[in-house]
Design a binder for this molecule. Sequence first.
Ligand SMILES: Nc1ncnc2c1ncn2[C@@H]1O[C@H](COP(=O)(O)OP(=O)(O)O)[C@@H](O)[C@H]1O
Ligand SMILES: [Mg+2]
Length: 180
Amino acid sequence: MRELSLHILDIAQNSIKADAECLRIVVIEDIEADKLTIKIKDDGTGMDSDTVKKVIDPFYTTRTTRKVGLGIPLFKTSAEACDGFFEPPPQSGVGTEITAVFRHSHIDRVPLGNMPETIVTIINACDKMDLVYTHTYNQQSFTLNTKEIKKLLDGVSINNIDVITWLREYITEGLNEIVK
Ligand SMILES: Nc1ncnc2c1ncn2[C@@H]1O[C@H](COP(=O)(O)OP(=O)(O)O)[C@@H](O)[C@H]1O
Ligand SMILES: [Mg+2]
């Protein structure tokens, strides 16, 4: 994929399908160590051992509409093509966790892409699910927790157009602050 955020969006869609109540997205940019880590964790249905075994096989998917599940294999391939590695999800009755690590400066490492838009899209796709997004750049961190935002909204839907516009700006500013 042309941007890592598209992988994040794709993997997050799996969590929504798995009925997750809380999704955690962690991005760590460690420039000194030359590492970019992306971790996506949910508390959905989890995967049994058979699914875990097959999940990194591009010809496997539990969906019947399309024979080929490519989301996870593509993410794995991207990381491995950038001197990185991929941690497949553990077998679990509850929840799934996927980690991909890239060499930050690798010539083939595609840009992170538009994270504010990606996060807002995930929130819009599933307002029932809580999302905790933490982005660390060297020593600085930004966190968005929709559970806390929902409390502040006092009944107003997080999908409200004004709220979404505000969220997009809030994330953009937060990320600008940490890379300064
Ligand atoms: N977060 C998750 N929780 C539970 N099962 C998952 C999760 N992510 C992926 N899976 C399982 O792994 C399969 C492969 O996922 P993926 O590679 O994204 O392909 P696709 O979504 O097209 O099926 C899914 O069909 C699903 O059965
Ligand atoms: Mg998928």
